[in-house]
Design a protein around this ligand. Sequence first.
Ligand SMILES: C[S@@+](CC[C@H](N)C(=O)[O-])C[C@H]1O[C@@H](n2cnc3c(N)ncnc32)[C@H](O)[C@@H]1O
Length: 209
Amino acid sequence: MRQHVNPLSINFNQIEKIPSLGEMFGNSKLNLHLDIGCASGEFLFDLALVNTSWNYLGIEIRERLVKTSKSKLREREIKNLYFVFGNAHNILNDSQSKFILNNLKSISFNFPDPWFKKRHCKRRIIQPDFIRILSNTLQKGSLIFIKTDVKDLFDYMDSTISNNFNFKKIDRKEFNYSQSFNPNKVKTNREKYAIDKQNDIFEKIYIKI
Ligand SMILES: C[S@@+](CC[C@H](N)C(=O)[O-])C[C@H]1O[C@@H](n2cnc3c(N)ncnc32)[C@H](O)[C@@H]1O
């Protein structure tokens, strides 16, 4: 399978129709978490099966991965999980998806970018413009979680989010994970790989103020 796709390609300008929360989930009133760059969604399957009081939404730009996760979802009849295919920036910038950002309790960016080189910086999902969209639409108290094993990317994501005055860092030592979308600290595939390789993992949590 092709490993990376260029998010700036015009192929991603057209986005799929986003259903209402009632169509996505069995109970649309549950807390909603969004995972951006969810790959084949294994992390979200692990979360959704255990934390049935949360709804989980994944966005992924590689279409084949989304097709696989959607068919797995149909087989297993899980009602608190949904996947959308496309460039997360284009999807969340579209007026038809405003209701998603309005209803989110939290967003995670786990090892989001394969774009390490400076010349590919524009392909990264976290951009000042994208963070502005989030800051203009998320409810106060919504959380953003970032995690990566690439220090330069971490510094870049951290400074991009911190430069937006609507987000404040949270001290992770004081953070109560049991109330969060990931109470059992389930690991993503890339995180398991990084742990296996004994890579340092850099993470941060921000709150919309
Ligand atoms: C390194 S993988 C990490 C996957 C998973 N989050 C994990 O931690 O195992 C990054 C994923 O983000 C996806 N991705 C990158 N840019 C994206 C974008 N603009 N919109 C949606 N998905 C994106 C990639 O296709 C890839 O599947």
